[in-house]
Design a protein around this ligand. Structure first.
Ligand code: MN
Length: 497
């Protein structure tokens, strides 16, 4: 396996490879919290979605939300992972004002989902698999608010106890681009599965990014030996919820580490924060060892025991996943991998495409959808839900194009009309006078007229066959742009040969 250009950063003496691992916190799409029946609604009045369990009141007992368990299992199956039929919750002890229990209920020793993998494309467009180490379930913490009052801090416990899936990747990501592709792919899979809405602005998807750098020859030895100790000391950049900032933070952090290494200093393992306004990372705290948290099995909760039949049923009922859909679209609709990728980027657009392309024409459908429809939605800043064009109108237009009843220019005009004021394309084609003339004898008559009127050009064509285009143009002009260019070409060629 070669090292690609995008995976390298230039040092002063030698090149380095990015080594990146992700810990993604994905909020389970559940109406209630992981261990209480409080609502998870975003944007609610502060501290209005807090039960006694979430507030850590003495004597309260957590009760596991089986729906959240199911979503984690679904997500695990979606990334081809092992599902652990027995898993367990542990207490991770630490004090923070937004964590009233004094511990977070998480899964350290026996997570619900084991090793899996996802497939991404590198910047050089090569297919690559990235290993997932595990997915565990845990509670989210609340939010401390320090900027509402000059002397007092506040706490909002609405988020406290919301179910998170922590998806931990292997350190197999080798460029900022790949890191973003991994997050996008996981988000897409979870959106298809409806297990997480993936809304990064609302904090439903956040990533901690582990970054280290590895001198290029050392990296080759790592590939031969699989010895992770060769990969260098990592720093963890906490709580990122913007793909752009994740890319910038990795780039900054890798360069910072290379500078240290080249100056003969060592990289300290620590947690850092990225400051987008300065485009730099700075230390937050040195990395506590895991035993500082005094993890132990949560005595309030039983082990989670899943029945194999139940897991198999979820596997059987799983919807088609993005990778499978893309492949099927390429094969059965004969569209390019790029077009297929654009179309499957949302489930709703994939469904729409399938409904307009089936028994019509995949290529024309993809072209209309991406260039005409998405183009206009983008221009007018509309979401796909606000799309004014129906599947029926699209199909009508596709059939008109496929059967050569309109030119591509005519199709654009009809599309514009539908976009602005609706209408049925099969009626609009005549109403707007856009129907192509396909009457062969009529076109033949025009071709003959043009030939008779231009004897010198006819002579010239014999020595310069390229002039045939001139005749096609004349015929097109005489038909007021309505004659089918395929038929004109055919007849002109026949007559002048
Ligand atoms: Mn976590």
């Amino acid at each position: 396996m070669n090292i690609e250009k995008s995976q390298l950063i230039r040092g002063t003496k030698s090149d380095f490879v990015f080594i990146i691992g992700l810990e993604i916190h994905a909020q389970v799409r559940s109406k209630s919290k992981l261990f209480s029946n409080a609502s998870t609604q975003f944007g609610a009045e502060p501290n209005s979605n807090v039960s006694f369990v979430d507030a850590g009141m003495p004597g309260m007992l957590p009760v596991v939300n089986s729906f959240c368990i199911e979503q984690a299992v679904k997500t695990g199956i979606g990334i081809n992972a092992e599902i652990n039929l027995i898993s367990r919750f542990d207490r991770k002890n630490y004090f923070y004002p937004d964590l009233p229990q004094g511990y977070q209920i998480s899964q350290l020793y026996e997570p619900i989902v084991g090793k899996g993998k996802i497939s991404i494309q590198t910047e050089e467009k090569l297919q690559k698999e990235v290993g997932i180490e595990r997915i565990h379930l845990e509670q989210d913490a609340g939010k401390s608010i320090h900027d509402m009052d000059p002397t007092t801090s506040f706490v909002d416990l609405n988020r406290t106890g919301i179910a998170l899936m922590e998806i931990v990747s292997k350190p197999e990501i080798n460029s900022p681009f790949e890191a973003v592709e991994c997050i996008k792919k996981l988000r897409l899979i979870m959106r298809y599965l409806k297990t997480c809405d993936g809304n990064m602005q609302e904090g439903s998807l956040r990533a901690d990014v582990n970054v280290s750098v590895c001198e290029v020859n050392t990296f080759q030895s790592f590939r031969e030996t699989g010895n992770y100790e060769l990969l260098g000391t990592r720093c963890e950049i906490k709580n990122m919820n913007s793909l752009k900032f994740i890319q910038q933070a990795i780039n900054y952090e890798a360069r910072r580490q290379i500078k240290l290494i080249e100056a003969g200093k060592k990289v300290d393992q620590e947690t850092r924060l990225y400051d987008p306004s300065k485009n730099e990372t700075r230390p937050l705290r040195s990395k506590e060892d895991a035993h500082d948290y005094r993890y132990f099995p949560c005595p309030d909760l039983l082990k989670i025991v899943l029945e194999k039949e139940w897991v198999d049923k979820i596997r059987d009922d799983l919807p088609e996943l993005p990778d499978q859909k893309q492949l099927r679209f390429i094969n059965s609709f004969n569209i390019t991998p790029y077009d297929a990728e654009v179309i499957i980027a949302e489930q709703s657009t994939a469904m729409f495409f399938e409904s307009i392309a089936t028994n019509a024409d995949g290529k024309i459908a993809a072209n209309l959808l991406i260039n005409e429809l998405f183009g206009r939605l983008n221009r007018d800043n509309l979401s796909f839900d606000e799309n004014p064009v129906t599947a029926k109108q699209m199909r009508g237009l596709i059939i008109l194009i496929k059967s050569d009843q309109i030119s591509s220019k005519g199709a654009k005009e009809i599309f514009d009309h539908i976009w602005r004021s609706g209408g049925d394309p099969t009626e609009l084609v005549d109403k707007l006078g856009l129907r192509q003339v396909q009457d062969t004898s009529l076109i033949e008559k025009i071709v003959e007229d043009v030939i008779v009127a231009n004897p010198e050009q006819v002579d010239k064509v014999k020595s310069n066959p390229k002039l045939i285009g001139w005749f096609v143009g004349q015929v097109m002009k005489k038909s007021q742009g309505k004659a089918d260019p395929k038929i004109i070409n055919q007849i002109v060629n026949e007559k002048l040969k």
